[in-house]
Design a protein. Structure first.
Length: 246
């Protein structure tokens, strides 16, 4: 509720500390290249998800989805980066350097995703917005983030209704032009309905006195435990940098 104390009711460090730690982690991890440092970062990410109380089954499901997206993103990298060939066939060359680069990028992204999930999963949209406002992030960006977080579920339900309507009309996806055209119409209709919903929501918000600034909970003062968590996290980052350059 607006005016309530964010962080007092939630377990763990203050949202501002969580956000800054997540940012520091991302800045450090994206520069790692050594196998020892990346392995330690991944191990630390898994430990932090356990500390955050994320169920192993849910964690495995999220990791599989994320790694699938990474495979789609990095799948061609081993074949496009020149280097020592490991395999050749059909005009394609799998290079050692390309495979190593893809593995490094995937390890970095996975480590950042695990820690972001552990630190930010329990904060909630309002707590994250309050932390961003306290850190002097531009208000327009905060409003966009909050509205996106609150209405993504609405768009997902709308997409499910449209797909159900397609199935009711005997649509079955195949590898043909009709399927691609149908999915194009689905995306277009979803965008049209999202625009209509956004206009209705905007009008309703203005009728309730919205003037460009959403009410957010107040953050409680930082505690000693929050500072202790920040110091411990800084030591973890220092260990990663020692492993990288040692």
């Amino acid at each position: 509720m607006p005016g309530s104390r964010a962080g007092a009711a939630s377990r763990g460090p203050d949202p501002r500390v969580r956000l800054l730690c997540c940012l520091g982690w991302a800045l450090v991890v994206v520069g790692l290249e050594g196998g020892a440092a990346l392995s330690a970062a991944l191990f630390a990410g898994v430990l932090l998800t356990r500390w955050a109380g994320i169920a192993p089954r849910r964690l495995v499901r999220l990791v599989l989805v994320f790694e699938g997206l990474m495979l789609l993103t990095l799948g061609l990298l081993p074949f496009t980066v020149p280097g020592q060939p490991l395999w050749q066939g059909g005009g394609l060359v799998l290079s050692e350097q390309g495979l190593t680069l893809a593995a490094v990028i995937a390890a970095r992204a996975s480590a950042v995703a695990l820690v972001a999930l552990a630190l930010l999963a329990g904060v909630g949209a309002d707590g994250l917005g309050a932390a961003l406002r306290a850190l002097r992030v531009p208000g327009a960006l905060i409003e966009l983030l909050l509205l996106s977080a609150r209405y993504l579920d609405v768009l997902e339900r709308e997409q499910a209704r449209l797909r159900a309507a397609m199935r009711a009309r005997a649509f079955r996806p195949r590898s043909d032009l009709h399927t691609l055209t149908s999915y194009g119409f689905l995306v277009g209709m979803l965008l049209v309905r999202a625009l209509e919903r956004a206009e209705r929501v905007g009008a309703a918000m203005r009728c309730r006195g919205y003037a460009g600034r959403m009410p957010l909970p107040e953050l409680a003062p930082l505690r000693g435990a929050d500072l202790g968590f920040a110091v411990g996290f800084a030591l973890l980052l220092a260990v990663l940098m020692v492993l990288e350059h040692g």
